[in-house]
Design a protein around this ligand. Structure first.
Ligand SMILES: Cc1cc2nc3c(=O)[nH]c(=O)nc-3n(C[C@H](O)[C@H](O)[C@H](O)COP(=O)(O)OP(=O)(O)OC[C@H]3O[C@@H](n4cnc5c(N)ncnc54)[C@H](O)[C@@H]3O)c2cc1C
Length: 417
């Protein structure tokens, strides 16, 4: 059996090797991060990434192309084609440009203003429509609701109804997604806006997840102590109101800014919470539900968005076990960010090629999550990815070693043939 990285085209392998070489080396990563930080601030023509063509080319060919999908529709479509040709089921696409996300009490509460056109919502709506038009059958569109600006963020943080313009924009986007056979993720954000996002997600799931499949998925953060209870509430809603519940499970990305007491005390506790939520959902025995209740549990689809290899392998093993035992199955899909955790994505893809000696096996559906936008739009996204690699040193180093082994294997093959 060939190693998972054998699935990478040579160009991607070389670029990944370069990026992993820098990000797995603290002596190289620290100055790299400082340079990126410096370039992310508005600068004169010499250090402006959009105006200095040499700087633009270097950043684009090394960092941007590794982590981002493209600056326009034709670049994005080429990246998607490339990803799908490697065996991925599809992509999750998101638009990098974000508005302030600040809150302001006066703005959302003013009736007059709710009648007028909000420029931030309009810009977000247009950006998202442009995004959904770049994807198709089986892909996902990821929506970050606070990206629609102050009025929306304030409504979400007060768990008030969204401005009518935003509600219409969401319905328009979901209709367009459905017409293209695209599914929709509502991303999870900070805890102060999350109850508002949950309300919007339930409203959309109730409306669109009626035909026996999940079109809209809500995101649940395993690091929050409150998540198992919230999932249980939403499962009850889905069962009572007879809609399919789409659950995207993540660990959570806002640890540095959230009140610490809301989050599990240790990484191990977050890991246990994440895995036990996934296991409970796969087995139809969530929380304290009895086996009887599990039989009437709502139809659900699970999307495991994680770079954690043990979590993905455990879920897929359980799915395989249930398939062999002819137990009821739910649909499980997996996703990782472009340019990150390729070892996890490619190992999952390879499970589809394993020799199972004639036994039935549960096929894995794996996605890469892509962000698109100009280099300038994506600079903060790139900074976050570089920082995340710094925090996941062990994984980055393991990825670098695996890439080196694969490069060596290919060179040996060339010289020995
Ligand atoms: C496709 C995709 C979509 C995503 N969408 C979202 C989204 O909508 N909203 C969102 O919030 N995040 C999202 N994320 C990010 C995700 O929440 C994680 O931050 C990131 O994936 C790292 O976690 P991991 O599961 O990959 O595994 P790991 O790298 O094994 O876990 C790291 C995570 O563990 C948790 N953790 C770390 N240290 C501690 C500690 N001391 N105590 C308690 N917990 C700790 C944190 O959540 C940290 O991010 C997404 C990730 C992917 C791949």
């Amino acid at each position: 059996m060939l190693p998972p990285h054998s699935l990478l085209p040579s160009r991607m392998l070389i670029r990944s090797l370069l990026v992993a070489g820098i990000t797995s080396h603290p002596m190289l990563l620290a100055p790299g991060l400082s340079i990126l930080n410096f370039l992310s601030q508005p600068r004169g023509p010499l250090f402006n990434i959009e105006r200095n063509p040499i700087l633009h080319t270097i950043l684009k060919s090394l960092l941007y192309n590794h982590f981002c999908a493209g600056e326009n529709a034709s670049e994005v479509k080429a990246t998607i084609q490339n990803i799908k040709s490697m065996g991925f089921r599809g992509v999750i696409l998101t638009y990098a440009k974000e508005t302030s996300g600040k809150t302001s009490n006066e703005r959302v509460l003013s009736n007059d203003e709710s009648q007028s056109v909000d420029a931030e919502i309009m810009a977000w709506h247009q950006g998202v429509l442009q995004t959904v038009k770049m994807i198709g059958d089986g892909d996902f569109l990821a929506l970050k609701l606070t990206g629609a600006g102050e009025a929306v963020t304030t409504a979400l943080s007060l768990a008030k109804p969204l401005p009518k313009q935003m509600e219409n924009a969401l319905l328009d986007i979901c209709d367009e997604a459905i017409s293209r056979h695209v599914n929709v993720f509502l991303d999870a954000e900070q805890h102060h806006v999350q109850p508002g996002i949950d309300k919007v997600a339930l409203y959309l799931m109730r409306r669109y997840n009626r035909g026996g499949v999940a079109v809209v998925f809500n995101t649940y953060q395993g690091y929050l102590k409150s998540t198992p209870r919230i999932i249980l509430d939403h499962l009850h809603n889905a069962r009572e109101e007879q809609f399919v519940i789409g659950i995207k499970l993540v660990r959570g990305a806002y640890m540095s800014t959230e009140p610490r007491h809301l989050i599990h005390d240790t990484k191990e506790e977050t890991d246990i919470s994440y895995d036990s939520i996934a296991e409970g959902l796969i087995q139809g025995q969530y929380a304290n539900w009895t086996q009887d209740e599990a039989f009437s549990s709502p139809k659900l689809e699970l999307f495991l968005a994680t770079h954690n290899r043990p979590s993905t392998i455990k879920a897929q093993k359980l799915q395989n076990f249930r398939m062999h035992a002819q137990l009821p199955l739910i649909r499980i899909q997996y996703g990782q960010l472009l340019g990150m955790a390729d070892e996890v994505s490619l190992t999952l893809l390879q499970l589809n090629k394993e020799d199972t000696s004639g036994k039935p096996f549960a096929a894995t559906e794996v996605y890469k999550c892509l962000t698109w936008g100009t280099l300038n739009d994506c600079i903060f996204y790139l900074l976050r990815r570089a920082n995340e690699n710094k925090d996941a040193v062990t994984r980055t180093l393991a990825e670098y070693k695996a890439l080196k082994r694969e490069a060596l294997r290919r060179m040996t093959n060339i010289f020995s043939s």
